[in-house]
Design a protein around this ligand. Structure first.
Ligand code: FMN
Length: 307
């Protein structure tokens, strides 16, 4: 077996490095930078049942060791996606993951049903960090009951692997992870962005047009590693670690914490070829560490005993 190959529940990937939704385009926009067949999997920007315009600009702001965004999931809607992006996606020779969101549980279900019928993807990732319009605008992923109902509903309309992407903006991420598992998730991915705000002292205006947004980048990595550690110990599903990855030891850290694979997001903006660089650096780094298979690292952290 290839030293980098990993199993993510029903998915077999050539390597553990995936793109993070929203940071790598909606089909093959990044193909000019490197051969996309190198990706462990491509995860596309969120699509929603209906078209969305996104949020008022400015939509991004730099912060120390990270960035805030309030993009607001602009996209042409699922029918547009099926007609214009899916044919391009079908030609990308790697595992293809379509990330889906909705304003209501029914929109998630209908969206996945239509995509599944169209075919051409290998898995779905559910972005449950968006607000639930029927539930007082709290994110779906902040309520375990809603999470379970949503995942079970989507499970009923597709046989493809279901990755449920968890929000860190909760009191106990393990409870939400367990709810996603109970609803029939195959894989969990975490974390989405952490809520944050930045204000310009001269104008007294928030730096984002929607006042606050989501924090990403190296600043959030320790939060993500801790959540991956606790979720992977408590839930019997493979986990994809996300948050601030830009170097090969960041990848290794997430694997040690219990992730079976990782997604790279914000780093793509600084270095569009970060993923092929990490793929080049990973095998020699594994050799240096005396590891023959990347899977040997998964969950191999040696936590201190509680005293
Ligand atoms: C500009 C931007 C847009 C994003 N858009 C999406 C999105 O459409 N859907 C989604 O599930 N996550 C989205 N994310 C969250 C990322 O996929 C990822 O979970 C998060 O940024 C943490 O990883 P990172 O620190 O490597 O960026 C977005 C992040 C950024 C920075």
């Amino acid at each position: 077996m290839d030293m980098l190959a990993v199993e993510l529940g029903p998915l077999s990937l050539a390597n553990p490095i995936l793109t993070a939704s929203g940071t790598f385009g909606g089909s093959d926009e990044m193909a000019d930078f490197f051969d996309l067949s190198r990706l462990g999997a491509i995860v596309l920007k969120t699509v929603t049942l209906h078209p969305r315009r996104g949020n008022r600009p400015p939509r991004v702001a730099e912060t120390p060791f990270g960035m805030l965004n309030s993009i607001g999931l602009p996209n042409g809607g699922i029918d547009y996606f099926i007609e214009n992006q899916l044919p391009v996606l079908r030609e990308i020779p790697t595992t293809r993951v379509v990330n889906v969101a909705g304003d209501t549980v029914d929109q998630f279900i209908e969206g996945v049903r239509r995509l599944d019928a169209a075919g051409g993807m290998d898995a779905f990732e559910l972005n449950i960090s968006c607000p639930n319009v029927e539930g007082g605008r709290l994110p779906f992923g902040s309520d375990p009951k809603v999470t379970e109902v949503l995942v079970r509903g989507v499970r009923g309309v597709t046989d493809l692997p279901l990755i449920v992407k968890l929000s860190p903006n909760v009191t106990d991420v393990v409870v939400i992870a367990q709810a996603a598992a109970a609803g029939g998730a195959d894989v969990l991915s975490l974390i989405n962005t952490l809520l944050g705000m930045a204000i310009d002292p001269r104008t007294k205006r928030p730096k984002l047009g929607s006042n606050f947004g989501g924090l990403s980048g190296p600043a959030i990595k320790p939060v993500a590693v801790k959540m991956v550690w606790e979720v992977s110990r408590s839930v019997d599903l493979p986990v994809i670690g996300i948050g601030g990855i830009r170097d090969v030891d960041d990848v290794i850290e997430f694997l040690l914490a219990g992730a079976s694979a990782v997604q790279v997001g914000t780093a793509n903006y600084l270095e569009p070829t970060v993923i092929p660089r990490l793929l080049d650096e990973l095998p020699p780094r594994l050799e240096e560490l005396g590891v023959s298979q990347v899977t040997d690292l998964i969950g191999a952290v040696r936590p201190f005993e509680e005293i």
